[in-house]
Design a protein around this ligand. Structure first.
Ligand code: ZN
Length: 129
């Protein structure tokens, strides 16, 4: 279970300091001592506008595509029980809308922040049940 993992380098996120969607880029990877960087590592992203940093777990990030051709990303159909990744494109069947996961919220119920093409910014629950 120690396969290396490199998350997406440039990602759109919801910056709570800028209070809007901004571009963020991977700043550094924080691996525990003596371990390689994998899904359990923490990754720091830098907001391109306010230069504040955000930490995300590798569990919550989409992987960097190995080829340059990244238009082929498939849609993940939304279901409250599923786990979603920042940078992932999702499809909401009921709203017939596609969107990009741009943030996460950890509370009693975990949720994702999604920027939908037609519906706009929405918060949806994940990992439910
Ligand atoms: Zn910002």
């Amino acid at each position: 279970m120690s396969s290396s993992f490199m998350p997406i380098e440039e990602v759109e996120i919801y910056c709570r300091f800028c209070n809007k969607i901004t571009q963020a880029h991977l700043d550094r990877s924080i691996a525990e001592n003596g371990r390689t960087v994998d899904r359990n590592s923490t990754f720091e992203y830098l907001c391109s506008k306010c230069l504040k940093t955000f930490c995300f777990s590798g569990q919550d990030l989409i992987e960097q595509s190995k080829d340059e051709n990244k238009s082929e990303q498939s849609l993940h159909e939304y279901s409250p029980a599923d786990h979603f990744l920042i940078g992932e494109k999702i499809y909401h069947k009921k709203w017939k809308d596609t969107g990009m996961v741009i943030g996460k919220e950890k509370g009693t119920q975990k949720s994702i922040i999604v920027n939908f093409e037609k519906t706009g910014l929405k918060k949806l629950i994940e990992d439910f049940g």
